[in-house]
Design a binder for this molecule. Structure first.
Ligand SMILES: O=C(O)CCC(=O)C(=O)O
Ligand SMILES: [Fe+2]
Length: 350
């Protein structure tokens, strides 16, 4: 673990290129990270850094376009079709809140961000929404290509997790994600006075957990991502402690975190940890971020690229073998991934 990071760093190269014994070791490290932290940082994950850097460059070019242009690829209203551009403060993540009052309360502090979502080119339920090609030539082709790289990494990580639990071929995790109905999100948090973030007038992204199975998260060096530290729940499990810690940028690293559906699937073995984006740490603000000077300090913009994976909608989410026993019985009824995700998506927009 890096000295100042709550997230363990794992060399995934030894899963990709190592012996069977190396693979088992990496599987055990990721299993341990998912049990204790809910996040892991993979280095040597196989996606070229140059390609990740290029994705950030495209993201910057996209968000730098005039608003009228970005709105040529508008995110449709409602939560059922999650593609295209959402302007600042249009989307608000919710944390396990399904009732209308709860959602309204969560929306009181606006998220100061804009986003662009794209998905699998074969997804007929949620077709992509692109700008006319001449507005940003090459953008679409690049996003379609990096989608493939991220989807393939997700499948490989699912193999690793199957190995961690010694799953029988009948419940092999990659085969439950064979349609790769995933979502690539470009996020831009514009520059903002530090004071506004510190006073909670605005936030970058409020505390939430992700609702699918796994998320990849590429972040830039600006910082500000924080995860909730987990503690023992006294029953052999873990729970959120209410305390948050910053997750520093790791050159060449991709964060991987567990979503709610995977937590349920694993009978709470792997934890879907609450996270948020707040003010960047003082160090990345040139140590100006304190006291009197707060009013003057402007936080630099942050760009991040989450990639959300979920299971095929007909996949039956039934506590995985190895995640329950007589002394640790199943906590959840089985549900299809489709039923579960639909309920969560609908809470996002209304
Ligand atoms: O910007 C970030 O690093 C966090 C993004 C995130 O958590 C999300 O979009 O679900
Ligand atoms: Fe998230």
């Amino acid at each position: 673990m890096a000295d100042n990071s709550p997230v363990p760093i794992v060399d995934y190269g030894s899963f990709l290129h190592g012996s069977n014994e190396d693979k088992r070791k990496v599987a055990a490290q990721i299993d341990d990270a998912f049990r204790t932290v809910g996040f892991v940082c993979l280095v040597n994950h196989g996606i070229e850094q140059a390609k990740v850097d290029e994705c950030f460059e495209w993201s910057k070019k996209f968000f730098a376009l005039p608003t009228e242009t970005k709105l040529l690829a508008p995110h449709p209203p409602g939560g059922a079709h999650h593609r295209g551009y959402s302007g600042i403060s249009q989307e608000k993540v919710t944390q396990n809140v399904f009732d209308a009052d709860g959602i309204a309360a969560e929306r009181a502090i606006p998220d100061f961000k804009e986003s662009f979502e794209s998905g699998n080119v074969y997804d007929v339920m949620q077709p992509n929404i692109w700008l006319p090609e001449e507005m940003l030539p090459g953008f679409r082709g690049f996003m379609e290509s990096i989608f493939e790289d991220c989807a393939s990494l997700i499948h490989t990580i699912l193999h690793t997790l199957s190995l961690a639990l010694n799953l029988p071929p009948s419940v092999d995790l990659p085969s439950t994600h064979k349609n790769s109905l995933f979502q690539l999100r470009l996020l831009h948090y514009p520059s903002i006075p530090l004071r506004s973030l510190k006073l909670n007038e605005k936030t970058r992204i409020s505390a939430h957990s992700d609702f699918g199975t796994l998320t990849l998260l590429f972040q830039d060096a600006v910082g500000g991502l924080e995860i909730e530290v987990l503690e023992d729940d006294g029953n052999g499990g873990r729970r959120g402690s209410g305390l948050f810690k910053g997750v520093p940028y790791v050159e060449g690293g991709v964060l991987v975190n567990v979503g709610d559906l995977m937590m349920r699937w694993s009978n709470d073995r792997w934890m879907s940890t609450v996270h948020r984006v707040r003010a960047p740490p003082a160090a990345s603000l040139g140590n100006l971020g304190s006291g009197e000077e707060d009013a003057q300090v402007i936080c630099p913009p942050r760009y991040s690229i989450p990639f959300f994976a979920t299971a095929d909608s007909d996949a039956v989410i039934e506590c995985l073998p190895g995640s329950w026993s007589l002394s640790n019985p199943k906590k959840y009824e089985s549900v299809t991934a489709g039923e579960y995700v639909r309920m969560r998506m609908e809470a996002l927009y209304s």
